[in-house]
Design a protein around this ligand. Structure first.
Ligand code: OGA
Ligand code: MN
Length: 201
């Protein structure tokens, strides 16, 4: 991650607690991650995001994406470059905000056509370690007509004005996990993202 991008993210987080940064990842990096995401998905490595909660039927109503967790020592070069840049961001955020971010958990997410993720907060009621959410999109030529917009509520009450973010390849969205309500509107094409949460100890 270059220093200019890092500064934009840090300034936005300091000012308002969230940020949207188009072209955060270079097109080649996006292409590498997209190819790897599709390859692993095609190989059957993903699972329904709801599975494992013990409430798969309920969760299907809430979110329809498939996910694959990414290990920090993943050997793929594009994935490793992503891990390295998230580490740079983690250190910078800790230095500037004393958030005590300890580790990142992240997963690829594939939303098949027709799927969505209803309005939610990322911090679980029973676990307050998720502190900062980051999402990087891996889609090629995505337009508003493809659906799958990220609807974001800048007011932590979760009411009022909303912002709709097009999940264009390379765009980064970052926000404090406990504050901001958001929702993925139904996608009309297969929608790819790499989502990460920096956690406190
Ligand atoms: C999530 C999430 C948003 C997106 O995975 O928790 O809200 O735009 N993703 O993919
Ligand atoms: Mn979320």
């Amino acid at each position: 991650m270059d220093i200019e991008h890092l500064n934009i993210v840090l300034t936005a987080l300091a000012d308002k607690g969230w940020c949207v940064l188009p072209d955060f990842l270079a097109p080649e990096a996006v292409a590498g991650l997209r190819a790897e995401c599709l390859e692993r998905h095609g190989a059957g490595a993903f699972h329904d995001a709801g599975v494992g909660s013990g409430q798969a039927a309920v969760v299907w109503e809430i979110r329809g994406d498939h996910i694959l967790w990414v290990e920090v020592d993943d050997p793929h070069p594009a994935v490793q470059a992503y891990i390295d840049s998230t580490e740079a961001l983690r250190q910078a955020v800790n230095r500037d905000f004393f958030l005590g971010l300890h580790e990142l958990e992240s997963h690829f997410a594939v939303y098949p056509p027709g799927t969505y993720y209803k309005k939610h907060l990322d911090r679980f009621r029973d676990n307050d370690r998720r502190t900062l959410t980051t999402i990087v999109y891996l889609n090629e030529d995505w337009t508003e007509a493809d659906g799958g917009l990220l609807r974001f509520w800048p007011d932590p009450s979760g009411t009022g004005e909303t912002i709709d973010i097009v999940p264009a390849g390379g765009t980064l969205v970052a926000f404090l996990s406990e504050l901001y309500w958001h929702e993925v509107l139904p996608a009309r094409r297969t929608r790819l993202a790499l989502t990460g949460w920096y956690k406190r100890r």
